[in-house]
Design a binder for this molecule. Structure first.
Ligand SMILES: NC(=O)c1ccc[n+]([C@@H]2O[C@H](COP(=O)([O-])OP(=O)(O)OC[C@H]3O[C@@H](n4cnc5c(N)ncnc54)[C@H](OP(=O)(O)O)[C@@H]3O)[C@@H](O)[C@H]2O)c1
Length: 300
């Protein structure tokens, strides 16, 4: 039990925490949940490494962040760029107390490929897998480093069996929603497998569902539906969170003392949540790990 719930904001969940001396990297910190996560962690004293698709975007985000924020380019469609970002972080020579894999896209309407693979699988999952691998040493150098993967309750949209390893190119069929669900399931399975690999080390890995928040994540839904959002939003007020509330679970899992030592978990509304059974499939998590290693081997 925690004193927090789905209405708790990121500022509330971190109230009283002193993160001075700690470093957090947040991907996709230029907008939405990631920007709020970075802002609040910096407000509490952490040095935040703000990644964006370009250095200019990351710099602009840093201007909206109080305290110490360092901009970094990290385009997740580009494995070279991810490796370069990781190299820059390593060069800083600081332990990473929090590595927050937040960036994401949702449901491009038609199939888009990156390096011959479906785009959401690359942006949401594979590039974060690569980033985590490259920065694990820095996270392990922290006293109790935490890796947080921003997943989604949409993991339940994943295809039968969880990950369609025989259709990562989308050539056997593409459903935007199913591929989004698959990528978000992959985020959570990586957290689970990583937690297993880190058992007994003091470094933890967890997945979170932030809730339902109206952000730029809806960029791919048809324009006419986007026009309806301001009308429908107030009717769904009990289900939709503000961005301040949407960043709370990430901040809780990344920084709150109540989460020390908890690893391999799935959190929502600032508490442990119950995922679909497929998220607890250890064989699937292990297979995803090895298939992802094969696809990123040249950059690991
Ligand atoms: N909003 C929700 O209801 C909800 C629910 C469940 C889970 N989530 C998850 O929460 C996370 C944050 O989403 P959000 O709602 O805050 O969306 P958002 O406002 O659209 O933010 C997404 C961030 O990811 C970045 N990004 C997108 N493509 C990228 C790429 N190729 N390389 C590097 N960065 C990239 C975006 O940068 P640009 O703006 O420059 O493209 C932006 O900074 C996502 O992982 C999403 O799946 C959101």
């Amino acid at each position: 039990m925690t004193p927090f719930d789905k209405a708790t904001t990121a500022e509330e969940v971190t109230a009283g925490l002193d993160l001075k001396g700690q470093t957090a990297l947040v991907t996709g910190a230029t907008s939405g949940i990631g920007l709020e996560t970075a802002r609040v962690l910096a407000l509490r004293g952490a040095h935040v490494l703000v990644t964006g698709r370009t250095l200019e975007k990351a710099r602009a985000a840093c201007e909206a962040i109080p305290g110490r924020a360092t901009p970094l380019a990290c385009e997740l469609e580009d494995f070279d760029g991810v490796a370069e970002c990781a190299a820059r972080v390593t060069q800083l020579g600081v332990p990473l107390d929090m590595l927050i894999c937040n960036a994401g896209i949702m449901a491009p309407p038609s199939l888009e490929l990156v390096r011959g693979l479906e785009k959401q699988y690359v942006v949401n999952h594979l590039s974060h897998f690569l980033l985590v691998q490259r920065l694990l040493g820095a996270v392990q150098a922290a006293t109790a480093g935490r890796v947080v993967l921003v997943s989604s309750s949409a993991h339940k949209w994943a295809p039968a069996g969880g990950i369609a390893f025989d259709n990562l190119t989308g050539e056997k069929g593409y459903d935007p929603r199913v591929f989004y669900g698959q990528s978000k399931l992959a985020n959570a399975l990586v957290a689970r497998e990583l937690a297993k690999r880190l058992a007994g080390t003091g470094t933890t890995a967890n997945a979170v569902h932030p809730g339902l928040i109206i952000t730029n994540i809806i960029r791919y839904i048809p324009a006419w539906q986007q026009l309806l959002v301001p009308l429908i939003g107030p009717l769904l007020r009990s289900r939709i969170k503000t961005t301040a509330q949407g960043a709370a679970t990430t901040c809780y899992v990344a920084a709150h003392p109540a989460v020390v030592g908890i690893s391999g978990g799935y959190f929502a509304d600032c508490a442990v949540a119950t995922p679909e059974k497929v998220m607890e499939d250890d064989k699937l998590a292990a297979r995803l790990w090895s298939e992802s290693e094969k696809l990123t081997r040249a950059w690991l």
